[in-house]
Design a protein around this ligand. Sequence first.
Ligand code: ADP
Length: 352
Amino acid sequence: MASLKLQNLNKIYDNNVQAVFDFNMDIEDGEFIVLVGPSGCGKSTTLRMIAGLEDITSGSLIIDGEDVTQKPPKDRDIAMVFQNYALYAHMTIYENMAFSLTLRHEDPNVIHEKVLAAAEILGLTDQLNKKPKQLSGGQRQRVAMGRAIVRTPKVFLFDEPLSNLDAKLRGATRREILLLHKRLGATMLYVTHDQTEALTLADRIVCMSMGYVQQIGTPLELYDTPANLFVASFIGLPPMNFFDCKVEEGKLIGDGFAINLNENDKATLKDYVGKTITLGVRPENIVHGNDVTLSVNSNENLGQTTLVHGKIGGHRATAKFREWSTYKLGDEVGVSFNRMHFFDKETTNAIR
Ligand code: ADP
């Protein structure tokens, strides 16, 4: 188990692409950290620098107080689980799981114990004599995790480990990874482009865009107090609605609608009177009321909730109602915003 210190990490590839800019973070022993962001934002590069699979262009990586920036992967005591599992087809599951220990000439009795223990944790005990192709995708994913577990590494790294699984299996495997984390108490870093995985797995999320860390915080912090427009639009599904609005004394004026501000919001926006800001409202924060009108385009029932897509004034908007509703094109629904987020249009930062 281990704490990590990532200090001013930068990565510039040989083709001069800078993939990561000045990444700073302290990770506590036993934390589950999820790096999330769209494809190409630098998540895998960051993970690979931690694993030692990519050189760190500048900055330093400290594991348990020791500077490992220049150390090769094998001396970092880190295990990585990849999305393609990278299992050896000609070996049994047992051999696959034992492989890294065999390479290191560990005592066969110790190897046997470790493989059986990992198989037990992962529910693979009955599969040990099979070959990878005889296993389902989910089981293969567990074998890949088993290979990491037997090494009892200080840190586990996961690079999009669920992306090859179908939706149902992804949910189940996600829960298994959470249990595994509880059981092992290990420090884990997990890369995904899926905000649902980030929200459900992480102790803390690192949200990245274009090589920069946008925000680090608990899932609730990123959901409830996003630092900027990028985080606000990336975290949450369906995404937050955005409306450009002019701030007037006690009011927000959008395209075809106006909203009265309460005392708190007035105080927050006091320096923006006369300026245009971006108002953000999550679909679940558009509720039945009589402040503005939602002109319905379509109605999507999801079981316990309904997504109602349409327009508020000249702006597209989606509301998520906690009921089975049956609106149709042309219906006009009175709504209110029960929580609003404000963003500076120039900096895109949240206005607090
Ligand atoms: P993510 O994991 O968030 O999808 P990556 O870390 O893989 O993003 O990539 C970040 C950026 O670095 C992208 O612009 C990508 O094209 C670039 N990149 C990744 N690997 C290499 C490489 N080996 N050589 C050059 N550029 C790379």
